[in-house]
Design a protein around this ligand. Structure first.
Ligand code: ACO
Length: 428
């Protein structure tokens, strides 16, 4: 007999089916709760709500496990190319050689953006935050590809939109960076692979030949894979909820980028470096800053620490810390904030406040130090996160559209005034 959950409300007993995932995760299926009982659930921040089923990513926050398509994040970062991971997220299986080559060729055909997109760029003040520009540029793609407005037109059209989105994002992120430093934009060179092409559009210069250290390409490949998908986080849920209204992919991704910008989500990578720099400028007393983070009367939080789902360790943080050491050693960079970061981590991990609350370094804690060593300014850290998370957003959107999921529309419990008599303005 299949498992059920019993609920007693006002003396009446109800039964709800238990849904079991492929890794034995259990959920009480309450889709008929309101119909049967008149009640809804209340779960602010969705801490206990499974908003969807998904075949893309498995995450066990207690055990520190992250897998895409059944492959561990450790295997993927150590062996796969970013394009292989993108292919797998889009298709459910790793590609063979021919499939990968065909996929890469297809993506490379769409790397250019419409020349008129540059006019939109021109209107931005040079010092505006790249994330604001990215949101607008990605949303603008819908104006240049009006056929994408109906996400259900047909499978071929859907795939073309997905390919365009994946192909044009590095170009746009590169343009945003070039604008911020006042340099002419660099057009994509489709002889280069996806990751190198992005680095070329960022660090290439019209006046010089482009050379990039293979260590940087390898680190970038790893960093992008580490960010590729992360099940139903804030930005991915945003992409799904916007997409569920049948808005087009570009609009949904643009909304996801907006959600990612916040300091409690992807914006944390910028905040971490700024925090570490402040601690350094303040004399490097990590103990003092740990105490500030613990003080409930102080709004300061240790940025890059804590996670909604990981309650043991964030496997991505371990991989990034390792990559960080390698990149800095190879490039011969001695970044004093790395020492501060390691000291903060060491002190926090021994402190009962952090132990009791299960607060560990997350993916953002060390990523900024590598980005900086590679030559990125802090404002580009969150756009880099967006670039990495893009295939996950696209794949989650596709999964939702293919499964014909209903529009996302949570309920609420109203706590405002009951009906009141109208009061004319002169009597208020
Ligand atoms: N520093 C100090 N205390 C913290 C921190 C932190 N970084 N994170 C959580 N806490 C404390 C909270 O004050 C709370 O304490 P309390 O129980 O005494 O009230 C407890 O730990 C639980 O924290 P919540 O905010 O309820 O946990 P939640 O799951 O809602 O938030 C979040 C998770 C947003 C990541 C949080 O840990 C945080 O703000 N971290 C810093 C920002 C950050 O690094 N964000 C990136 C996350 S990873 C990503 O999105 C890619």
């Amino acid at each position: 007999m299949s498992e059920t959950a019993k609920l007693i409300l006002e003396g009446k007993e109800y039964e709800f089916p238990v849904f079991t995932g492929s890794e034995n995760e259990k959920a009480i299926d309450i889709s008929k709760l309101r119909d049967q009982t008149g009640y809804v659930t209340l779960d602010t921040g969705y801490k206990n709500t499974g908003a969807t089923t998904s075949k893309l990513t498995y995450l066990d926050g207690e055990e520190g496990i992250l897998r895409h398509g059944g492959y561990s994040i450790e295997d993927l970062t150590n062996h796969a190319s970013y394009m292989e991971v993108c292919y797998m997220l889009f298709n459910g299986e790793l590609p063979n050689k021919e499939q990968l080559a065909a996929f890469e060729t297809k993506i490379s055909r769409h790397t250019l953006v419409h020349e008129d997109m540059k006019k939109i760029f021109d209107a931005y003040p040079t010092n505006s935050h790249p994330m604001g520009q990215l949101i607008a540029m990605v949303s603008s793609l819908s104006s240049f590809y009006p056929a994408s407005l109906n996400p259900n037109r047909n499978d071929e059209a859907k795939r073309l939109t997905m390919f365009r989105m994946l192909a044009k994002m590095p170009t746009i992120v590169g343009m945003v960076y070039k604008k911020s430093i006042g340099h002419p934009i660099i057009y994509p060179n489709n002889n280069l692979d996806y990751v190198t092409n992005y680095l070329y559009m960022t660090f290439g210069n019209v006046t010089e030949n482009f050379e990039v250290d293979p260590v940087i390409v390898e680190a970038m490949n790893k960093l992008l894979i580490l960010h590729a998908d992360h099940e139903q986080n804030c930005s991915t849920s945003t992409v799904r909820i916007v997409g569920s209204s049948q808005a087009n992919l570009y609009a949904a991704i643009s909304a996801g980028i907006a959600a990612l910008w916040g300091p409690l989500h992807g914006g944390a990578n910028q905040q971490v470096i700024e925090m570490l720099e402040n601690i350094k400028a303040d004399g490097g007393d990590t103990e003092k800053w740990i105490n500030k983070a613990k003080d409930k009367n102080d709004p300061f939080r240790l940025m890059g620490f804590g996670h909604r789902v990981y309650k043991n360790f964030d496997p991505r943080a371990l991989l990034i810390k390792d990559a960080c050491d390698k990149v800095l050693n190879k490039l011969g960079i001695n970044d004093p904030v790395l020492e501060i970061a390691k000291k903060l981590e060491e002190t926090a991990l021994k402190d009962p406040y952090f132990i009791e609350r299960k607060l560990f370094p997350n993916v953002d804690f060390y990523s900024g130090i590598i980005y900086r060593a590679m030559g990125f300014p802090v404002e580009m850290f969150t756009p880099l996160f967006a670039l990495g998370r893009l295939p996950g957003w696209i794949a989650q959107w596709k999964e939702m559209i293919d499964e014909n999921q209903p529009i996302g529309r949570p309920r609420q419990i109203y706590t405002g005034y009951p009906l009141r008599d109208w009061k004319p303005i002169e009597k208020r």
